[in-house]
Design a protein around this ligand. Structure first.
Ligand SMILES: Cc1cc2nc3c(=O)[nH]c(=O)nc-3n(C[C@H](O)[C@H](O)[C@H](O)COP(=O)(O)O)c2cc1C
Length: 180
């Protein structure tokens, strides 16, 4: 698939086939995502692939702030990718001070680029994804025993798509772009 087609045809997938995703394929996706640009090449995004049904169930039931949509997605997906950020490096000087007025927000920016790179790689491999932001960060960190110094960034459902949704309407370029 060429790059433009991959970007334009990727859709958020919320229903998945009951079919596992091979571990080496997940490894390939993370390797591709590692080529995403990051602040001073700090590469602070980490990926946890949750396939254990009991852990997935616990996240689906207890960690989505009661949002049934995400409960159903997580139950349907054979894999839940949880991305985390090694806090305090991207956007920081060596002495721990902020490099810019965006303070610690560059690490979240980097994690977003990594997430989209991961999702595009998955789409290219015939897999579907949806990034989920509606979740309880503290509860997810507890269930997954996230190491000290890392923060949970996003949940990404991963699996073989069982739907092919239309693209939600996009804004016109005239609304997005201005020249100076
Ligand atoms: C940061 C972020 C958080 C999102 N959170 C959720 C979510 O919690 N649940 C969900 O079903 N979709 C979620 N989405 C998916 C968006 O709804 C989706 O990307 C948008 O509607 C555009 O559709 P498309 O991805 O098919 O182009 C999220 C997307 C992003 C980037």
């Amino acid at each position: 698939m060429n790059t433009i087609d991959c970007i334009r045809t990727r859709r958020s997938i919320r229903k998945f086939e009951d079919r596992p995703v091979r571990k080496d394929l997940i490894e390939d996706l993370v390797e591709t995502a590692s080529y995403a640009p990051t602040w001073k090449n700090t590469q602070t995004t980490r990926y946890i692939a949750v396939t254990d049904p009991a852990i997935k169930e616990k996240i689906a039931e207890d960690c989505v702030l009661g949002f049934k949509g995400n409960t159903n997605i997580i139950k349907s997906a054979p894999v839940l990718i949880v991305t985390t950020i090694v806090h305090g490096r991207a956007g920081f000087e060596r002495d721990g001070s902020y490099s810019t007025s965006k303070e610690d927000r560059w690490e979240v920016y980097d994690a977003g680029i990594c997430a989209q790179t991961f999702c595009l790689a998955a789409h290219d491999a015939g897999l579907g994804t949806v990034i989920m932001g509606v979740f309880d960060e503290a509860k997810a960190a507890e269930v997954l025993d996230i190491p000290e110094g890392q923060i949970v960034s996003a949940l990404i459902a991963l699996g073989y798509p069982a739907q092919s949704p239309e693209a939600p309407k996009r804004k016109a370029v005239a609304d997005l772009l201005s020249f100076r």
